[in-house]
Unconditional design. Structure first.
Length: 642
């Protein structure tokens, strides 16, 4: 069998391998902590509109806001905004431009999207690209519901057919069938696999996608943003839906429960293909049984060996991937130019294969072995173009430069295979190397010296790698104690595994605000603290407002309940050890008398209203006593020790 879908599942992780002509072509990995989100539909809230970059950030409930570029706003943004926010959702200026929408250029349509979107609006979005690195998901307001043969476009009013269906008679037949059953107010795209399908099958697929849209609308009526309204198929089912009909001979699965699930799914969408879904019961690993075990393992290595003896090195930087081509021990009797050409041609084929296998997207720069003749450089370019025709992702190749470099861009929809199963090294922070111990120790002491002589603060918490902490606190007269004596600064070292050996982070004692860079750059810490306190207070007001749609009425009620002694509780200590508890309201504890042995410590407290009350806090992180103050004030950050 030449073309197969091989699925291995361990319960925690599922790996799907696509074989074409008996060779591994692509590998997809999905796990509990790295699930597919492309295709999911959310009721989000516009968090921030940034017309300068023609984009808006939408809160969809993930760690990072969704990125909505105005070019992804779609033709039906106005319809969705009115549906979700009422008839007054658009300004008169935006409505005027919207009435003339068909006559606007693409640039003018993007400007119009910026006019229609406003902070706080509810908006319906669909994820089109997975979160990658520090970036959130890319979203679009062009909502689509994909079926096996049809793609439903709510708010649309058109019928489009795949360009790969090129027979006029078949196109007319499909358009007639779909047009007779498509409700008003919807558009539809007929997929390539719909070719030669019976009317009954297409009608059933239409009913399926319409039911999904009705389910979304029903859930929408009962939901508040941010909420996921629709979960698309997982990676396994989506591949079965989209690829099984494309000349794949069988689907082989080793996990019994997954086998039953996929067999049931195939029986619904393509009953005639159920016999092709088979369960693997052999003793060897399923990948080894089809001869791709070593190929799968090689994906996770930066070095790829070629048959000629040469090898490739794949390295990722923040901006791009870099591929280095090396001849290795290869030595033929031909002249050097011919040797280099042979190695480069083999490398071009292997690079195209590896980019697809590893699912590498973005900018890729390849450093080929130097070639003197222009005709040979052209051969490398042509070979890459030919190999990329096998890739479904959009690619662009720029010819070889005088330095032997070729630039490639490849469409990126999800993180690469390697990134999806790996995390940043806690020791080096992802750089691949660590500075010497003496270097980081010198940096910390220089920072403490700068804090002493350029600020008025004399108590800090410094977060460092536990390995470094054990070195700095070793012995009766440890280096940390020497620093405290030398600079007259109270220093508490806190070991955190998330901090690499290359760095450290410092906060004022009693505060979570990172001041490391502020001290290095001589920034006024007092102003930074004031801005931070204001930001925290604003965030608290926004949080309380979100809890009650009536707005600040809830906030006022909370304040009232605080005056009645029910709502104002003391804030908890940060729990990092050694800090005294924080009193509630506007009370300020200087923390100077807190004991490190965990016993109760008394903080001198003064209420900003002048009532002179004080509270006792537990040095282990218990809550302080209730005081006569507002609920919002009780959550203000504790004043750092000076």
């Amino acid at each position: 069998m030449k073309n197969q879908i091989i699925i291995h599942s361990s319960g925690k992780q599922t790996r799907v391998a696509l074989l074409e002509d008996g060779e591994l072509a692509q590998l997809f990995i999905e796990s509990e902590e790295n699930q597919r989100t492309v295709g999911d539909i959310y009721l989000g809230r516009v968090h921030k509109v940034m017309s300068g970059i023609r984009a808006a950030f939408v809160d969809v409930g993930m760690a990072k806001d969704g990125f909505l570029h105005f070019s992804d706003a779609g033709d039906h943004l106005g319809d969705y905004l009115r549906m979700l926010n009422g008839g007054q959702a658009l300004t008169k200026s935006a409505q005027t431009d919207l009435d003339n929408f068909d006559n606007l250029s693409n640039s003018e349509k993007q400007i119009l999207a910026g006019k229609m979107l406003r902070n706080g609006q509810n908006v319906l979005v669909q994820i089109v690209k997975e979160p990658i690195g520090s970036k959130g998901p890319r979203v679009s307001t062009d909502i689509t519901i994909a079926g096996r043969f049809l793609v439903l476009i709510p708010m649309g009013n058109f019928i489009a057919l795949s360009k790969k269906i090129n027979q006029g008679k078949e196109r007319r037949r499909l358009k007639g069938i779909v047009g007779s059953m498509l409700p008003d107010g919807f558009g539809v795209i007929v997929r390539t696999v719909a070719k030669d399908q019976d009317k009954e099958i297409l009608e059933e697929d239409m009913r399926t996608v319409l039911r999904k849209w009705e389910s979304i609308l029903k859930k929408l009526e009962q939901s508040r943003p941010p909420t996921r309204l629709y979960k698309d198929l997982d990676i396994t089912e989506s591949l079965i839906r989209d690829l099984f009909a494309k000349n794949y001979d069988r689907v082989l699965i080793d996990e019994p429960h997954l086998y039953k699930s996929i067999r049931s799914y195939v029986s619904q969408i393509a009953p005639n293909m159920v016999p092709k879904v088979q369960q693997y019961k052999g003793r060897d690993h399923i990948f080894d049984s089809v001869g791709i075990g070593s190929d799968v393992n090689s994906i996770f290595s930066p070095r790829v060996r070629m048959k000629s003896g040469g090898y490739l090195i794949f390295e990722q930087t923040e901006a791009m991937y870099v591929v280095d081509v090396n001849s290795g021990p290869y030595a033929a009797k031909e002249r050097q130019e011919d040797n280099s050409l042979k190695t480069n041609l083999e490398a071009a084929r292997e690079i195209a294969k590896q980019l697809r296998l590893r699912d590498i997207g973005g900018i890729i720069v390849v450093d080929f072995i130097d070639l003197r003749e222009d005709k040979n450089r052209k051969k490398i370019y042509d070979e890459l173009k030919k190999e990329f025709k096998k890739d479904q992702a959009k690619t662009n190749v720029i010819g070889m430069s005088d330095f032997g470099l070729i630039q490639i861009t490849r469409q990126r929809i999800r993180p690469s295979v390697v990134n999806s199963v790996s995390k940043v090294c806690p020791m080096c922070g992802g750089s691949g190397s660590v500075v010497t111990r003496d270097t980081i120790v010198t940096d910390i002491e220089s920072w403490i010296s700068k804090l002493k002589y350029s600020t008025r603060y004399r108590a800090v918490d410094i977060y460092i790698n536990p390995y470094l902490k054990s070195y700095l606190t070793k012995g009766l007269l440890s280096m940390n104690r020497q620093w405290q004596i030398k600079y007259k600064v109270r220093i508490r070292l806190i070991g955190e595994e998330t901090v690499s050996l290359n760095e450290f982070k410092a906060t004022l004692n009693g505060s979570d605000l990172d001041i490391t860079e502020a001290v290095w750059e001589d920034q006024p810490i007092d102003k930074i603290l004031e801005a931070y306190a204001k930001e925290q207070a604003d965030a608290q007001v926004e949080s309380l407002t979100k809890k009650d749609p009536s707005g600040l009425d809830f906030y006022e009620n909370e304040k009232s309940s605080g005056r009645n002694g029910r709502g104002a509780r003391g804030s908890q200590s940060s729990g990092r050890g050694g800090r005294g508890g924080q009193s509630s309201g506007n009370q300020r504890g200087d923390g100077r008398n807190s004991r490190s042995n965990g016993k109760d410590s008394r903080s001198d407290v003064k209420d900003s209203r002048g009532n002179g009350k004080s509270s006792r806090s537990d040095g282990r992180g218990q809550r302080g006593q209730d005081s006569d103050s507002s609920a919002v004030d009780s959550r203000k950050p504790r004043r750092p020790v000076q």
